[in-house]
Design a binder for this molecule. Structure first.
Ligand code: UGY
Ligand code: MN
Length: 220
């Protein structure tokens, strides 16, 4: 992969399969350095294992497990593996909002984001990793289900999803098929794919989920 010398890249979601974004795993040996994507492409990086530093000019951020960053399109940066590290990366062509100021760098950790209740039974919560601000054209969230928790209804929407199971497992309904899912599984949900999840097992289930957001479905 250009810009990722020495890294082991596994592309799990891509425009070649019909998605309007890409999602890949990057296994970086200690000391490896990754560069920014092409002009016009924004990048979301989430640390699964190990530690990396993110440098933007003179600014350096240390990212450890469950830390993340969103680098806006056009922002030169370097990601250096301070230890052997495993990342999940999402990239998309940024869709600007007419008249709006370009979004800034976002850096954070999952546990620092408040958990908002998403179901009346109290078994489902969401942590939003990107500021709620229409200048951003995507959302990346962590959904957390207590055992027995589920999405409150079968969803369908024009936005698409890239999902990574972080912990636990359960049953994912996609269209009319039902799949057992567990930690490490990835799902691409295309536009209008009917979707529902129910958590199984004794421990909580968590997934990272991307969606295109804050934009009209018509381009321009
Ligand atoms: O934000 C969402 O659309 C989310 N609730 N979808 C999902 O979990 N499949
Ligand atoms: Mn959804």
């Amino acid at each position: 992969m250009p810009g990722w010398p020495g890294a082991r890249i596994v592309v799990v979601i891509s425009p070649q399969m019909g998605a309007q974004f890409s999602q890949f795993f990057a296994g970086m040996p200690e000391g490896a350095i990754a560069r920014a994507p092409a002009q016009g492409v924004e990048r979301f990086v989430f640390v699964l294992e190990g530690a990396v530093s993110l440098s933007v000019g003179e600014e350096v951020h240390q990212l450890e497990e469950e830390a993340y960053a969103l680098t806006p399109a056009g922002m030169a940066h370097e990601i250096k593996a301070e230890t052997a590290a495993r990342l999940v990366v999402l990239e998309k062509v940024f869709v600007p909002l007419a008249g709006a100021v370009h979004p800034e760098l976002v850096v954070g950790t999952v546990d620092a984001q408040p958990k908002r209740a998403m179901s009346e039974d109290g078994l489902l919560g969401v942590r939003k990793l990107i500021p709620v601000d229409e200048r951003f054209d995507c959302e990346v969230n962590v959904m957390e289900f207590q055992p027995g928790g589920s999405l409150p209804y079968v969803e369908t929407h024009f936005v698409e999803h890239g999902l990574l199971m972080l912990a636990g497992g359960g049953v994912y309904r996609l269209d009319d098929a039902w799949y057992p899912v567990a930690e490490g599984d990835v799902i691409w949900m295309g536009p209008y794919c009917p979707q529902w999840f129910g958590a199984l097992g004794a421990a909580p289930s968590r997934y990272l989920i991307y969606k295109n957001w804050n934009r009209d479905p018509l381009p321009g």
